[in-house]
Design a protein around this ligand. Structure first.
Ligand code: ZN
Length: 319
């Protein structure tokens, strides 16, 4: 399936196919939730389809049936054996053995490696050898949202195809066609998902809209000193920490913008200081070191409460 924000990249591929200039390796780049895998599947199905000049799979031929049944003998998918684990050298070695065979049903042999950044060093080296000796009518597709984790030697041997996040309006319109959620609900999730519509769809299904409401309520209670921060920190453990911080960052940013519109500088300064606390916590969360989640949430709450204390004392003493 090709999503509305992928048309340009799709046309580029079709052009290459018509002109018989399909590369031997493509790396599909773009954030999570942009439908890279669906794009790769459509590309593979089109190549494998028995209709010679197909620019989309016919869905009727033997090859298309095999592909839809996920049992096409000329197509291989390499993924970690368990989610979050590495792709091992043995998996790439098996691929090497298969690559030496000729296709059985289609004119092409295709491989999808996803996520390509999960290959370990040995797997990378083994793949590099394959890329250095490309086989005729063979296409390797590497999929990754973390290109920085792939060695330059591999990246430089693949044609780069970037799937960008769509314009806000396109994403919003598409999402409104897929769900019954309102435009404001979608609009508040889009920045959290870095503009990736499929990520928003997952977030909507996971009930993130009501999580946001709960977090707003909790955070206001914290600002008003109406809640025990230790209990709140324990409660927040159920959420993804980076997601909480991004939600709060958006919330505070909105309030700063609002304050500035109303020329109310009193609370703006306090919000900027809290904004700084959020940025610090985001940096800590994103660092490669293992972090103690509950400790980080508690520290964050203490820093917010300290800001509160400082501004309340300042206001009281100025009265
Ligand atoms: Zn077909």
């Amino acid at each position: 399936m090709i999503y509305p924000w992928q048309t340009l990249q799709w046309q580029q591929f079709c052009q290459q196919k018509i002109q018989q200039r399909v590369p031997h390796a493509i790396v599909l780049l773009g954030a999570e939730g942009l439908g890279k895998r669906a794009f790769a599947n459509q590309l593979v199905a089109t190549l494998l389809c028995e209709i010679n000049d197909a620019i989309e799979p016919c869905g009727q031929c033997h090859s298309c049936h095999l592909f839809l049944a996920e049992s096409h003998p000329d197509h291989i998918v390499i993924e970690p054996e368990e989610t979050g684990k590495q792709i091992k050298i043995d998996q790439i070695r098996k691929l090497k053995d298969k690559q030496e065979l000729t296709p059985t049903v289609s004119r092409w042999k295709t491989v999808i490696i996803s996520p390509a950044d999960s290959m370990n060093i040995n797997a990378n080296n083994s793949l590099l050898k394959l890329l250095e000796e490309p086989q005729p009518n063979t296409l390797l597709i590497l999929i990754t949202a973390k290109a920085e984790k792939l060695p330059i030697t591999i990246l430089s041997r693949c044609q780069k195809m970037i799937i960008p996040a769509p314009e806000k309006e396109i994403a919003s319109r598409w999402l409104q066609q897929q769900t019954s959620f309102s435009e404001p609900d979608i609009a508040q999730l889009l920045p959290l998902a870095h503009g990736a519509p499929l990520k928003v769809l997952t977030m909507l299904e996971q009930g993130v809209v009501s999580t946001i409401e709960q977090l707003k309520h909790d955070f206001d209670s914290l600002l008003n000193n109406d809640i025990n921060p230790v209990l709140l920190a324990k409660n927040w453990q159920q959420y993804d920490l980076l997601m909480i911080l991004n939600i709060l960052q958006n919330l505070i940013h909105k309030r700063i913008v609002n304050d500035q519109k109303q020329l109310s500088s009193e609370s703006t300064e306090r919000y900027w200081t809290i904004y700084d606390c959020i940025i610090t916590a985001i940096k800590l969360t994103s660092s490669p070191n293992n972090i103690n989640k509950i400790l980080l949430i508690e520290q964050f709450m203490v820093s917010v409460m300290n800001v509160n204390l400082r501004y309340n004392t300042a206001n009281n003493s100025s009265i």
